[in-house]
Design a protein around this ligand. Structure first.
Ligand code: SF4
Ligand code: SF4
Length: 131
């Protein structure tokens, strides 16, 4: 009994002086791994316009059917997404949308902070994704 008690205390003492592995989130944040896939971002061209040409490839390839795009056209007959919404409540962060895009217009970022209070807040629209 005494032997087991001493063994237990020695383990406690050993870990007491070691550097803790837990982080004080959200003050401290873990650096994601290099290939981590977080929230998507829509890229802009040098003129500040969305690179996306609303070709719908990302929405077609998405296995979770999480992307909704409504194409529009500007005065130069250039197509752009009038509506571009990703439902992050459905997204499985597979990265297929990024791989399918011919314009490198959509990127997976390292952002993993997705906690929201309302389900509707999981819908990320174009303005949100371009930020
Ligand atoms: S990461 Fe995968 S599931 Fe999420 S929007 Fe892109 S293709 Fe769809
Ligand atoms: S993000 Fe890329 S694949 Fe998706 S609609 Fe825009 S250009 Fe097409």
């Amino acid at each position: 009994m005494i032997k087991a008690l001493i063994q237990g205390l020695s383990i406690t003492l050993k870990h007491f002086f070691q550097k803790p592995i837990t982080l004080r989130y959200p003050q401290q944040k873990r650096t994601p791994y290099a290939r981590f896939r977080g929230v998507q971002r829509l890229e802009k061209d040098p003129e500040g316009r969305p690179k996306c040409v609303a070709c719908n490839l990302c929405a077609t390839v998405c296995p979770a059917q999480a992307i909704r795009i409504e194409p529009a056209e500007d005065e130069e007959h250039r197509k752009y997404p009038g509506v571009f919404v990703i439902d992050l409540g459905r997204c499985i962060f597979c990265g297929l949308c990024e791989q399918a895009c011919p314009k490198e217009a959509i990127r997976m970022t390292e952002d993993y902070e997705l906690a929201v209070y309302k389900k509707e807040d999981m819908l990320y629209d174009k303005e949100h994704l371009l930020r």
